[in-house]
Design a binder for this molecule. Sequence first.
Ligand SMILES: [Zn+2]
Ligand SMILES: [Zn+2]
Length: 261
Amino acid sequence: MDYVVAVLVGLGLAEVATLITTLYLHRVLSHKAIRLHPALTILLRLGTWMLTSISPREWVAVHRKHHNFSDVEGDPHSPYIEGYWKIMLANVYYYRREANNDNTLEKYAADLPYDRLDRVLFRRGTLGFSLTGLILVVLMGLGPGLVALLTLAVVYLVLNAAINGAGHTFGYKSFKNDATNLRLLALITFGEGLHNNHHARPASPKLSAFRGEFDPAWPVIRLLVALRLAEVIGKVNEGWEDHRRRIPSTTASPASISAED
Ligand SMILES: [Zn+2]
Ligand SMILES: [Zn+2]
């Protein structure tokens, strides 16, 4: 029973980490579609550090480069270039490879220099994740605590790989770009599965565009706005139709890219 609870705790934490990723790392920092209250920013920085061990400066740089070179030479993690299974199974390797490139950080995240808090604490990502492990072990016991931590890590990595791999391979397209929409993936990644929409309008604070699509992060953002903890900057609904190009096939395959224009 302890281990069932441990897996559930790990799943819950992975979802929290995924929400922090889409809200803070992606919509706030990378695309500046939303602005946050400073108190919430600190909380999300702490959450990023403890649940993902990611450096926001690195994540933003790699992600912006991905937008700049989507599915062409230079894309840090393209299933078209590397192969679908390599991204699905080793996304974190491709991420680290690019995150270790100082030129990428300087070019794509010049607006996000490390501050004092980064230097003394948040740049030590392993420490944050270890601290989470320690807390889980103290609260749940050694075995269940480690199972919860492992579940968090595996599920978080798999969901991110799925966005970069499956989200550029399978699903439907409403817009003419190489990313795809997967409604089911969107439900468990707080909207990130609507990746074709996102590549069409990266600065949109909401990732759902048309009827039948749901971005679970959007009600959360609306709540934060109502609480005056967030401010939406990007245009929410205007603009989708301008970009719309219905792609007839329901499944995108790598061979279909640039077949017609
Ligand atoms: Zn993408
Ligand atoms: Zn993006």
